[in-house]
Design a protein around this ligand. Structure first.
Ligand SMILES: [Zn+2]
Length: 489
């Protein structure tokens, strides 16, 4: 199968081989045979690895003690305190396009420049649908008008439109434990009457997955009732979809959802209107002055928060960990083998816009030169579930190399006495890198299922942060950043 084989077969997998014609000319027949045999052995080993799902080889383990000792929980927390103060001084939030976000950018930029980095702002714009009107009315069996922001509210990225249709409950668990996988499987929609409004229950999988399954089954709208398994998960909640839905999607309380599910023939009118606001905002980038740029390691976290609150767990926690790693990297004079790019994304909460813009701006060399992307989003949850990105599948769909990041993070956390879970969601800034076939990994400590009852709310403040977990996650990020910065290439 050696390259010569490739040549004869006229391309395919051996493409790169095609570009170096005749390199075996003048080599003794005996040596040629030896080389062919050696290559066959290597190929066989690779096949075995793929078939038996061998653990991806992890890069050389580096000694990250000094760096981790320098990345203290106190220093990381100080960044969260600064971003909390910024939100408090700017209408309680740091959302994209607001003065709170602009002040957050200034803060992070000043920290990086103080540490000796040259920074670069990357401006971009996008259209954000702002919900101007959302109405919810029950027309059958009796007429009731519900109050927006008390009884219902659109999910961020809801589609616009107005529908009136009967409600069909999807695999609800209104019983005692109220554990819910409602809408998480396409099979939950078997027999779903096309055109009806799907009533799904919060829990287990992302809102986006539930909505995707509902739309695929022909739902004209989706109502997501709160899970009800905990007092903090009964009332109205704020949620976001990873990308814009094609139908109206609204959240409601557990009690209202349960009431509709119990009343046969319930018919609702859902109307969501949105005006489009043109948002112009920025990413902030800072590169190590040395290291091979054709093997760049990008380490990023989104800097914007939702408009509802200061966004401290989501995502000042990730920003604090990435920023402090960058500062100490420079302070310790670490000379990376591979360039490290520290990235702070804007517009994530509105649809992953900053990271999508960054990836879209990369030319071919820039894509090929991006060896890995490490994402931190929500790493200080009050009821934390230490998690590492990965799709956990032996025949992973994720780009080759993603498994290595998963292994390095998992091994590190395990060495610290914490066995992480694996999460495979795409509702964060690694999604665009994944789509560009760039190996990705990341850290997460939970949003749903009680991990962070203040997720996307005004109470997402410094007081609710689990500082021990934040410190551990910052250590994991520092360790992985150093590991891949020094990975041979
Ligand atoms: Zn986030």
């Amino acid at each position: 199968m050696l390259r010569s084989a490739g040549r004869r077969s006229g391309g395919g997998a051996g493409g790169r081989n095609e570009r170096v014609p005749g390199s075996l000319d003048g080599v003794s027949p005996l040596l040629q045979k030896t080389l062919i045999a050696a290559a066959a052995v290597v190929a066989f080993a690779v096949v075995v690895g793929v078939v038996f799902g061998a653990r991806p080889t992890s890069p050389r383990v580096v000694d990250s003690d000094r760096l981790r000792a320098a990345v203290t929980t106190e220093a990381v927390t100080a960044h969260l305190q600064a971003l909390q103060a910024i939100a408090d001084a700017h209408n309680g939030n740091r959302a994209a396009g607001t003065t709170g976000y602009a002040a957050s950018m200034d803060y992070v930029q000043a920290q990086l420049e103080q540490a000796g980095y040259q920074t670069r702002r990357q401006q971009f714009s996008y259209d954000r649908p702002d919900f101007t009107r959302a109405t919810l009315q029950r027309t059958m069996p009796t007429r009731t008008d519900y109050v927006v922001m008390r009884d219902h509210r659109p999910l961020a990225q809801s589609g616009a439109g107005s529908v009136t249709a009967p409600v069909t409950a999807i695999d609800l668990n209104l019983g005692r434990d109220r554990s819910s996988t409602s809408g998480c499987e396409a099979s939950d929609f078997t027999g779903f009457p096309r055109g009806n409004i799907a009533l799904v229950q919060r829990g287990t999988c992302q809102f986006e997955a539930k909505v995707d399954h509902a739309v695929a089954a022909g739902a004209s709208g989706v109502v997501v009732l709160n899970q009800g398994d905990d007092p903090s998960r009964r009332g109205l909640f704020a949620g976001t979809l990873g990308s814009e839905a094609t139908v109206p999607v609204v959240a409601t309380t557990f009690d209202l959802g349960a009431e509709w599910a119990a009343a046969p023939g319930t018919t609702l009118t859902l109307a969501v209107e949105a005006t489009v606001t043109r948002v112009t905002t920025e990413n902030l980038l800072a590169d190590t002055p040395s290291g091979a740029d054709q093997r760049t390691v990008v380490v990023g976290a989104h800097l914007d928060g939702v408009v509802e609150g200061p966004g401290i767990n989501d995502n000042a926690s990730g920003v604090g960990a990435v920023l402090e790693t960058a500062v100490r990297f420079s302070e310790l004079g670490i000379q990376p083998h591979n360039r490290v790019r520290f990235a702070f994304w804007g517009g994530e909460e509105d649809g992953l816009h900053g990271s999508a813009h960054y990836v879209a701006q990369l030319d071919d060399a820039g894509r090929r030169g991006t060896a890995r992307y490490l994402n931190l989003d929500m790493v200080g949850s009050p009821n934390p579930v230490a998690s590492v990105y990965g799709d956990g599948e032996p025949d992973s769909e994720w780009p080759a190399g993603s498994g290595e990041i998963q292994t390095v993070l998992t091994d590190f956390l395990t060495s610290q006495g914490v066995t992480p879970q694996t999460v495979s969601f795409r509702a964060s800034d690694h999604a665009s890198f994944l789509a560009a076939e760039i190996p990705v990994g990341g850290l997460f400590t939970g949003a749903d299922d009680g991990a962070d009852p203040c997720y996307h709310q005004a109470c997402d403040r410094l007081e609710t942060i689990d500082r021990d977990m934040l410190g551990l996650m910052a250590d994991a990020a520092a360790h992985a950043t150093l590991t891949f910065a020094q990975a041979p290439g």
